[in-house]
Design a protein around this ligand. Sequence first.
Ligand SMILES: Nc1nc2c(c(=O)[nH]1)N[C@H]1C(S)=C(S)[C@@H](COP(=O)(O)O)O[C@H]1N2
Ligand SMILES: [Mo]
Length: 530
Amino acid sequence: MPCVSSFRSKLVRAALGALAGLLAAFTALSVAELVAGLLRPAAGPVTVVGGAVIDRTPAAVKDFAIRTFGENDKIVLQLGILAILALIAIGLGILALSHRRAGAAGVLLFGIVGAAAALSRPDSAGAGDVLPSIIGAVAGALVLYVLATKAAPIAAPDGADAQTGPGAWSRRGFLTTAGATAVAAASAGALGRYFTGRQGQGAVASRESLVLPKPASPAPAVPAGVQLKVPGITAFTTSNSDFYRVDTALTVPKVDAGTWRLRIHGKGVARPRTYTLDQLLARPLIERDITLTCVSNEVGGPYIGNARWLGVPLADLLEEAGVRPPSKGGRADQLVARSVDGMTLGSPVEDLMDGRDAILAVGMNGEPLPFDHGFPVRMLVPGLYGYVSACKWIEDIELTTFEAYDPYWVKRKWARKAPIKTQARIDTPKPFARPAAGTVTVAGVAWAQRRGISRVEIRVDDGPWQDADLAAQAGIDTWRQWSYRWNATPGGHNLTVRATDGTGQVQTEQRTRTIPDGASGWHSVFVTVP
Ligand SMILES: Nc1nc2c(c(=O)[nH]1)N[C@H]1C(S)=C(S)[C@@H](COP(=O)(O)O)O[C@H]1N2
Ligand SMILES: [Mo]
C-alpha cells in the first residue's frame, strides 16, 4: 500500500520536524533566560518583545485588551507571543529537514528580532541587552541544525518505517539527542530563573528591612461612618493585595532601596538635586487617604482603589529646588516623572503646587510600597488619573513644558491633562442578580477627587431620581459610600446611579469612551425580582 506508507512517512517527517523546531525554540528561550538571568532579567526575549509589542499597540487595541482580559492582559500577551513562536518553530523545524541551513538561519533571524526589540525599549541598558536574544538564538540554531542532521535518514522516505537497520539506529540517535537537548534546555531555564530570583533578593531584603518613620502629619482620623455595613459594598480602604494594578511592566521592577536615587532637574530648577531614600525618609512625612483611579476604568469598572499613603510632600521638594508654578512666573508647566523601566508620566506643575497633597509615597496602608505598586517610591497626586501622575518605581523628575515633551501615553493619543471625572458605581446588587421582593439595599461608591461628593441619587427604571443616604465623607480626595433602600417589586428593573460633586455639578449622563481622558456617563445595573 504505497499510499498509506507515503502518508505515514510524511506524518513522521512532520512530527520530527515539529519536534526539532520546538526543541530549538525551547533551547533558544531557555538559554536566553539564563543569559538574561546573569545580566539583566528585563532583557529576556519574551519580556522585550512583549514590551515592544505593548509600546506599538494602538490605543484602541490596548483598551480592548484591558477591557477583555483585565489584569491578565500581560499573561495573555505573553502566551500569545509563545504560541506564535511555537507555530513558527514548527514551520522552521519542518523546513530544516530538507534545508538545514535555511532552518537554522530562520532561528537566527528571530534572535535579531529579539535584539532589535531589546534595543528599542525605553529602559534598554545598552548594547548588552542584545546578548540574551543573540546567544539564545545561536544555541537554538545549533540545536536545529544538529537535530535536522540526525533526523534526515529517518525522515527519508525509505528509512521512515524501518524497524531494524540504519533507520532504527538513526531514530534512536535522534531521540537521544532530542531528549538530551530537552534536559539541557530545561536546566538552563531553571538556572536562569534562579539567577533572576537572586538578582531581586537585594531589593527584597531592602524592602524587608525598611522601617517607615512616623508621619509628621498623620492622616486625619477616618470618621466612623465612612464604612457602611452593607454586604457586597466595596471596602472603604482597599487592602494592598486587593488594590488594582495597571502598568506596562512585563517583569515587575525590583529596585534595591539602598542604591535607589531620585534626581530632580530641568527647566526653572535653580538647585538640581539627587536624593537617597534615607534623605527622603529623614524629611517630615505626611500620611493621607487618597483614592487612585485609572483612566482606563469603564463606567462601573474595577480600576479604582483607596489607600492610606505615607510620603514626602512633592511641593516641598519642588520649592527647595527653586521651582515656581506658572501662575507665579515659573517657566515649566509640566513635570515629567520617569520610572526605572522607562515609563514617563506628565503632570501639570500648577496642580502639584496648588496646595493639594501631591506626594512621593513610600508607604501604603502601613507597609513599604509593594513591588507591584512602585517600591521604593512612587508619585501620587489627588484628583489626577494614574497615567498623568502616579509614576511607580520613580527615579527621575524633570521640569519641562507641555509644548516641549509628550510622555508615553500622550504619544499614544491619550490627553495631556486628565483630571478625574465624577463617577458613581453600584456595587450591590450585582448585574443580573435576582433579589427577593421587598426591601433591597442598593449601595456602592462615588468619587470626584479634589471636589468631593455632595449627593448621590438612584433611579429605578424611568422613575424619579431619589436621594441615596451618604456615608460619612473622609475627605474630598477619597471616594464616598452611599446606600439606598429600594422597595423591590417583581419584574425586571434597571437601577441607575448618578453623583453630584462638592461644587454642585451633577455627573454628566453623556457616555464617552475611556480614550482620551476617561469614561463618563451613568452606571446602571439590571436585576430581576422573581
Ligand atoms: N512606572 C510606571 N508607573 C505607572 C504606570 C506604568 O505603566 N509604569 N501606570 C500608571 C497607571 S496608568 C496607573 S492607573 C497607576 C496604577 O497604579 P497601581 O498599579 O499601583 O494601582 O500607575 C501609574 N504608574
Ligand atoms: Mo491608568
